[in-house]
Structure formats: structure tokens, C-alpha cells
Design a protein around this ligand. Structure first.
Ligand code: FUC
Length: 734
């Protein structure tokens, strides 16, 4: 995070493996013994007693998971600027460079910052348009247990005329909930001035009268994986700084950085430039971003929606790269040791939502960390499945952390929900659907199989209709009218399992494996509790028609509507009765909720084909109530899922794919009557570009990646085709 002050610059530093605690196993040893009684209490309608028992016996120990934590701050103090003119700061989404610029005392200063995925360093470049004008003091602070010291000339002892010094922070992460901190971490800031003077004391570096200066920043922890913390952050950060340093050094300090910057921009653009979106441009673009957010609801700034979409892609590119951790509740931008909700992976919506714009936004690489995490969960979750349920396969409840904890946490109103891992599997399947790559399928199939196996072993017959249901479970975080959230067979679980079983069966068919298991899944699938319409015409959230009596009728979660989006159980054309019931449920819930919950509503309305309604909700999401001046989503407080869900909502207005179809402009709002988009990806393995005028499709260009067949749809017109890999087809929607 770049704060951009004039007299002081604060760079808030994060490293995505710096979390509290260490490897741990939170499974409750009393859970398995209590499970039959808990199930009975739920089936008997004794919900409060069930919750009580679950709270005592089944919840994880400790009850909470480990928090994501900050590294600390790099502070740069500049001489007092007497007058400041032309202050400007921006983040260029196309280069991923943040710039601060101003004039003071007749000197124009610029400060550029970028975080290079190539060299694994953050680079700060301080420049002035007159020589000898760069003076500052650099120091590191942190709320962690850590020491800061200066090392002089460790990187380039041979560079006679150019001195350099490095700030080094060495620390240990914190304990949490009785789990001892087990991670060493280190941050290094190498300060490289061009001319001028560099001095250092114990923990500060002073640069005076340089022509310019470059800072190279690296950070690492000893985390290797969820059960191995034997890494050497000193070696990692030294290597990263040295690598960047030797690349940086090009003979004359003033010209250095250029290769590092060029490589950074190339790597960023490789992902970012795949999609171009134009929704129209107006004079509102000339205003600063905070003012545009204030005025977006007035309806005259379509480019801000395009910017919000691309900002979402930028955030994912910047927080979810192969080899790193998935984007957490704050992406990776966190200034605290105990951020809201621990900055964890909440997998009853939030983590999944982070990845909603990824595949259609042509960012398959960014999904890699999520897939790696789900693989880890299939290992830790196998332990929980065995010890807490005596089941095969694996299970994850509503949250996880760096250590891949999978037991139910927080309390029975939140934690006793076994479908978190099953939901995540939708993203594995999507990876296959969007790529059409059988190698992907081979890699993910065992994980999907394990997730499905767990439910074959734990679904129980409900007494009234003999449906197979989850028990104990809940409809994420929503209380039913009987003093608890715990219940059996909430609608969302059934929808997730219908998807999981169908996708696992398809995967096994394609791979030609597990015929008997496929049959078992198919049989179990037909016995799951069905969708039901309640007395207000709504889609029932629970097996019983409780919706209208629930204490929080406008609850933020709309879990039971998963079947319409992101699931594919319900569609307007395929299951019109249930689509109408979803609409009724949405009307009952209302349009406005927390950031992510507002974004989910947008996505749902796009899948009802109601673009103007979705756009009205987007106006709320993109207002100061739900978007901070820097465009971060406001839950409130800051939570990044709303950014990603909002970006997905914009893409879903323009194109939707699934069930063998790609639909163009399924929910185009009137406000975006003309526009174009290039480079979206669709299920089945297609790249899609569209342009439209006066609310009507002009052309849809489709490029096949895999050679699959597909049906194109625009309004009521359809066109079935099969292209060769690489072949392009242009359609005018008639
Ligand atoms: C779920 C949501 C909250 C919040 C938290 C991180 O518990 O219900 O609104 O987003 O996750």
C-alpha cells in the first residue's frame, strides 16, 4: 500500500505467508462421539440443544483460526516541503506502477513504486528534475516482534563511487489462540542513491542531496508449506535483493531500474492486456477517482464501471500469482496483526467470490494458488473427515487459513457447515471447463473425488421424505426461526452437492475411471432434497418453509440462490419456475447489503437477464457507501471480495457461459448502449470478443481453443457450431 504523503511516504508491507501461529491440528477429539446425538437433536427439531452440544463437543480447538498479519511499514521522511503544487497520484492499471508527483520550491518530484513479479522485489524510485534534490531518512517499523538494523554495502562492496546500505528487519510471527508462532520472517530494504551522501546509524539510513535514489525491498518467511516452516528468509531475501541489484546495476545509476521496470511491465501486461473493455467515455473521466465514485449513481460515467472491472482484474493479478497464496479477505493488503475476520479464507462465499472474475477475465494463471490450496485442504480435510466424521474423502468447513485448518470454527451459528470444500471444487471444475485441458482434469479429479466421497459417507436419510441430506449443517450464517442456524439439508448444500456430484461424474467419465463410484454418485444425487418453492413464491432456503419467519429477512447471505449463480442448477430457460422463485427471494432480501453481498445480488440479477436491475445495484456498490476513494470495496470495513464480485457482475452482464451455451449480452443495461469487449474466456474453451450499438449486438467473434462444440445465443437466436482449435467464427446474432 502506497500512502503518497509529501513529507512522509509510508509503504505498508505485506508478505502473503506471514500469518499467526504455526502448523496445527484443530480437530476436536470429542466430535465423533457427539455426532449421532447432534444429528438426532436436529432431526427432532431440538435446534438449540443441538447447537449447545455442537458448541461443547464438535467445534475446533482452538475455536478460532490463525490471522493473516502485516510485515510492517517502510517510512521515508523527506525535508519539510514549504509549498506544494500540482500534487498528483495515480495507479496505472496498465503498467502496475503507482506514482506520486508534486512540485515544491521550484523542483518537480516524482516517486514511482512497483512490485515486480519477475524479480520478487518492490522497487521505489525517487526522482527530481534538478540535481542534488533528493534527501530522505528511511526506517522500518512493525507491530511484530522484530529487530531492525542497518547493514552497509552488503550487496555491492565493489562499487566504488556508489554507496548503499540495507535496512534489515528480522522477526518472528505471533502466537494465536494458544498456537505458538513458528514463522521466522525478514524484510530487507536496500537503499541506492545516485551521488549525494548516504549515512547510517543503527536502524536508519540517511540520504542527502542525491540526484535520484532507488530502493529495493524484499520480504520472506520460513513458510514452505502448511506443515513445513524450515525455510530460510535471510537467504531468500538476500538472493532476491542481490538478483534485483545485479539486474538493476547497468553502469550508471540514473539509468538503472529500467530493465527491472520493463520486465515488470511486460509480465503484468501479459495478463492484464488480454481483456479490453469499452463501455463508453464521458467528461467524467477527467475527474479524480474519489469524485467519480461520489457521482457514479448520477449515471453519466460508464468508463468508471469499465475501470472498476479492470481494477478487479488488476487486484487479482497482483494478489494471486502462481507459487503464492490465494487472495485472502484483504487480497494481501493488510496493516494489522489481527485484521477484520483474521484476514482469512472464508469459504462460505468470500474466497470463492474472489475468483469469480478470474476465468472469464482470462486470468487462468491467477487461479493456480487457489487450486494449490484446495489440494492442501484435501489432505488436512481428510484428517478432519476421519477424526470428526469417521468418513473417507475430505471436508472443509466455513473458513481456512495458511495452515489449512478444516475443522468447524467460531461457533455453531457459523462453523458447522461441511460444504466449504465442496464449493471450492466448483473452481477446479471451472478450470477444466474453461481450458478443456484433460491434464488439468487428471490433476484435480482426485480432489473432487475425495470431496464427493465424504458426502457419500456422511449424508443421512431425513425421516419425513427419506431424502439424503447433510446434518448437522446450516444455511451460511443465517438463523432460522427456531433459535439457531444449525439444521439438516439446507438448500445451498443440496445445490452444491448436485453440482459436485454431476461434475465429478463427468470428470470420471472423461477420464474413463471409477464406474461403480459414478453410479453411487448418480444414485445419491437423485435422492438429495429437491428445490422447493415456499408460500411467498420464494425459493426455500431450508427444507421447511421458514423463510418468512427467519429473524433477519434481509440477511446478507443469499446462499440458497447459489443454484442460479455461481451454480448452474437453476436457469431462466431450463428451470423457469425456480428462476422465478429466485427472483422472489431476491426481492424479499432487498438490493442493498454488505459489499460482497451487494456484488452477489448483482451477479444473480444478471443471471435472471435483468441488466437494468443489476445496474441499479451496481450504482450502490460503486458509491461511497461501498467503495472507498481508492476503489477498494467497503464491507465495511475493507474487504476485497466485493471488488471481485462486482467485476464478475460486470462481465456476467456481457457474456455468460455454461451448460454447453455461450450467451452474448444476456443482461446489458440500457446505460451501456454501445461498447465493446475483447478477450473474455467462455466455458468449453473459447475466447470471445463483442461489440454492440444502440443496445444490440453487432458482432460476436469466437475463437476456439480446444475444438469443442458449443451453442451461441443472442436473445432468442441460437447457432450451434464446432470449430477447429484456433479457428475463428464471427456471428451477428441473427
Ligand atoms: C462472513 C460474512 C461476513 C464477512 C466475513 C468475512 O462471515 O458473513 O459478512 O464477510 O465472512
Amino acid at each position: 500500500m502506497v500512502f503518497g504523503g509529501v513529507n512522509e511516504e509510508r509503504l505498508q508491507l505485506n508478505e502473503d505467508t506471514l500469518w499467526g501461529g504455526g502448523p496445527y491440528d484443530p480437530d476436536s477429539p470429542d466430535a465423533l462421539g457427539a455426532l449421532p446425538e447432534a444429528r438426532k437433536l436436529v432431526f427432532d427439531g431440538n435446534y438449540a440443544a443441538a447447537a449447545n452440544l455442537i458448541s461443547k463437543k464438535i467445534m475446533a480447538r482452538p475455536l478460532r483460526q490463525m490471522p493473516y498479519q502485516t510485515v510492517g511499514d517502510l517510512l521515508l521522511a523527506f525535508p519539510d516541503a514549504k509549498t506544494v503544487e500540482n500534487y498528483h497520484r495515480d495507479l496505472n492499471l496498465d503498467t502496475a506502477v503507482a506514482t506520486v508527483a508534486y512540485t515544491s520550491g521550484g523542483v518537480a518530484y516524482t516517486r514511482e513504486v512497483f512490485s515486480s513479479p519477475v524479480d520478487q522485489v518492490i522497487v521505489v524510485r525517487l526522482a527530481a528534475d534538478k540535481p542534488g534534490q533528493i534527501s530522505f531518512t528511511a526506517g522500518l517499523t512493525t507491530p511484530q516482534h522484530a529487530d531492525v538494523m542497518v547493514e552497509v554495502n552488503t550487496n555491492a562492496p565493489f562499487l566504488g563511487e556508489t554507496n548503499n546500505a540495507t535496512l534489515v528487519m528480522r522477526g518472528m510471527n505471533g502466537n494465536s489462540g494458544g498456537i505458538k508462532g513458528a514463522l521466522k520472517f525478514q524484510a530487507r530494504v536496500c537503499v541506492l542513491p545516485d551521488c549525494g551522501k548516504i549515512l547510517a546509524d543503527k536502524d536508519r539510513i540517511y540520504v542527502t542531496n542525491a540526484n535520484s535514489a532507488t530502493l529495493l525491498i524484499a520480504a520472506a518467511t520460513s513458510y514452505k508449506n502448511y506443515h513445513d516452516v524450515s525455510g530460510d528468509p535471510e537467504a531468500i531475501t538476500k538472493n532476491q535483493i542481490a538478483g534485483a541489484y545485479y539486474k538493476w546495476w547497468c553502469g550508471h545509476v540514473a539509468d538503472c531500474v529500467d530493465t527491472t521496470l520493463a520486465d515488470h511491465i511486460t509480465a503484468h501486461r501479459k495478463l492484464f492486456r488480454r481483456v479490453a473493455l469499452n463501455l463508453g467515455e464521458t467528461d467524467a473521466m477527467k475527474l479524480p477517482t474519489d469524485e467519480r465514485i461520489q457521482h457514479f449513481a448520477e449515471g453519466n460515467d460508464p468508463q468508471l464501471a469499465a475501470l472498476y472491472y479492470q481494477f478487479g482484474r488488476y487486484l487479482l493479478i497482483s494478489s494471486s500469482r502462481p507459487g503464492g497464496q490465494p487472495a485472502n479477505l484483504q487480497g494481501l493488503w493488510n496493516d494489522s496483526l489481527n485484521p477484520p475476520w483474521g484476514g482469512k479464507y472464508t469459504i462460505n462465499i468470500n474466497t470463492e467470490m474472489n475468483y469469480w472474475p478470474a476465468e472469464s477475465g482470462n486470468l487462468a494463471e491467477c487461479v493456480t494458488p487457489l487450486i494449490a490450496m484446495v489440494k492442501d485442504l484435501s489432505e488436512t480435510g481428510a484428517r478432519t473427515a476421519r477424526s470428526q466424521y469417521n468418513a473417507r474423502g475430505w471436508v472443509a468447513h466455513h473458513n481456512t487459513d495458511l495452515w489449512r485448518a478444516t475443522a468447524p470454527i467460531d461457533g455453531p451459528a457459523w462453523g458447522i457447515w461441511p460444504a466449504g470444500g465442496a464449493w471450492l471444487c466448483l473452481h477446479l471444475w471451472d478450470r477444466y471447463e474453461f481450458s478443456g485441458d484433460v491434464k488439468v482434469l487428471e490433476e484435480i479429479y482426485p480432489v473432487m473425488k475425495g470431496a464427493a466421497q465424504f458426502f457419500l459417507d456422511t449424508l443421512v436419510e431425513e425421516p419425513k421424505h427419506k431424502w439424503l441430506v447433510t446434518n448437522p449443517s446450516l444455511s451460511p450464517e443465517n438463523q432460522h426461526p427456531f433459535g439457531a442456524a444449525v439444521c439438516a439439508g439446507p438448500t445451498m448444500d443440496m445445490e452444491i452437492l448436485r453440482d459436485l456430484f454431476a461434475n465429478t461424474i463427468k470428470a470420471a467419465e472423461i477420464l474413463g475411471v471409477d464406474a461403480r463410484f459414478r453410479r453411487q454418485l448418480a444414485t445419491a444425487r437423485t435422492r438429495l432434497a429437491p428445490l422447493q418453492t415456499g408460500r411467498a413464491g420464494q425459493l426455500q432456503e431450508w427444507m421447511e418453509d421458514w423463510d418468512l419467519q427467519a429473524p433477519e429477512i434481509h440477511h446478507r447471505h443469499v446462499s440458497h440462490l447459489y443454484g442460479l449463480y455461481p451454480g448452474r442448477d437453476i436457469t431462466v430457460r431450463g428451470t423457469p419456475k425456480f428462476a422465478a422463485a429466485v427472483k422472489k427471494s431476491l426481492e424479499l432480501r432487498g438490493d442493498q447489503a454488505t459489499g460482497w453481498a451487494t456484488a452477489w445480488r448483482i451477479c444473480l440479477w444478471t443471471h435472471l437477464g435483468e441488466g437494468d436491475h443489476a445496474f441499479e445495484i451496481l450504482k450502490f456498490l460503486l458509491s461511497p457507501a461501498r467503495t472507498y476513494p481508492n476503489m477498494f470495496d467497503a464491507h465495511p470495513p475493507f474487504q476485497i471480495d466485493g471488488n471481485f464480485g462486482g467485476a464478475a457482475g460486470i462481465a456476467e452482464m456481457l457474456m455468460q457461459s455454461g451448460n454447453g451455451e455461450i450467451e452474448f449480452l444476456p443482461a446489458l443495461p440500457k446505460a451501456w448502449s454501445s461498447g465493446s469487449v475483447k478477450g473474455l474466456r467462455a466455458r468449453g474453451g473459447f475466447e470471445v470478443s463483442l461489440d454492440w450499438k444502440e443496445g444490440k449486438l453487432v458482432t460476436a467473434a469466437l475463437k476456439s481453443i480446444t475444438g469443442n462444440s458449443v451453442t451461441l445465443r443472442y436473445c432468442d437466436a441460437t447457432h450451434a457450431l464446432r470449430l477447429k482449435p484456433g479457428e475463428v467464427f464471427i456471428w451477428n446474432g441473427r
